[in-house]
Design a protein around this ligand. Sequence first.
Ligand code: F1P
Length: 346
Amino acid sequence: INDCLRGRLNASEGQLTLGGISDYLSKLRQADRIIIAACGTSWHAGLVAEYIFEEFCRIPVEVEYASEFRYRNPVIHEGDILIAISQSGETADTLAAMELAKSRGATVLGVCNVVGSSIARISDAGVYTHAGPEIGVASTKAFTAQLSVLSMIALKVAQQKGTISETRFREMLAHLEQIPAKVEEALKSEEQIRGISELYQDAKNFLYLGRGYNFPVALEGALKLKEISYIHAEGYPAAEMKHGPIALIDEEMPVCFIATRDGSYDKVVSNIQEVKARKGKVIAIVSEGDVLIPKMVDHVIEVPNTHEAFMPLVATIPLQLLSYHIAVMRGCNVDQPRNLAKSVTV
Ligand code: F1P
């Protein structure tokens, strides 16, 4: 995240420079809608971006699985902007979605990690994530770097569009600038997370629940666990629990809540109560200093506070560590999980 922010963000000066897309900022702020296309973890980053763009820029956003978008007959207008997100820059479905959008007159922007990759080359313009090479197949630091870039783009557009005041813009920059230190802080829970992992390494299923900005975090937590430990895991919006997944809950079901202090905190507390009433085992990711949730749940992992829009950057860290430790304890190869390719080019 440091490498991603460096040279672009200076909160005390109120500066945010995104050279790669500077010529496209006017198109972005005039856009009637933004389509985001990606796969896997990158799609989850797109979902967080949807919340941020809609909140701060008031531009409607559609987040598409590139693997579906490319095969249907989507309505694409000339003024549309498609943002493609990819770690490898080579994902075939994402490339095909970009080609389709381009052929129908949309502007195509890229957020990717690999300089000179196919996705970078086909983009009209883009912003590199500068996350460095992902050693393992499963995307981890690329995800947080993607969130950083997408947040910066949204804030820049919001500033230019006037949908946020200059004061709020500066406040948000200050929050973003503090994220690397908060991630460092979140990493300090590793030993505690190792202990929790020991208790759940033999679980057959896992449920991840969150609301608002933390809903995509729940999806990403579940995906990471599936990818590297081969435990079946589902991520859901916590409010959807009562529409189906609640039937799964019993004393055998670990449920991981991303329950940091934000606008939906009280609602998440009720969801936790619903799970506990059915004897589910609850692991809760909470904001530091929370005194209510720790009394209700089986395990609690604290993360530093930040603005709710940036919480995914911090709250993802314990979930990545949980997946990592469970996978290692189960003897899985975390760098090269079975059946997964670093870039899915077919
Ligand atoms: C997308 C992705 C990754 C996942 C795995 C397979 O890749 O689904 O999120 O971890 O490596 O591919 P990309 O387009 O972000 O490179």
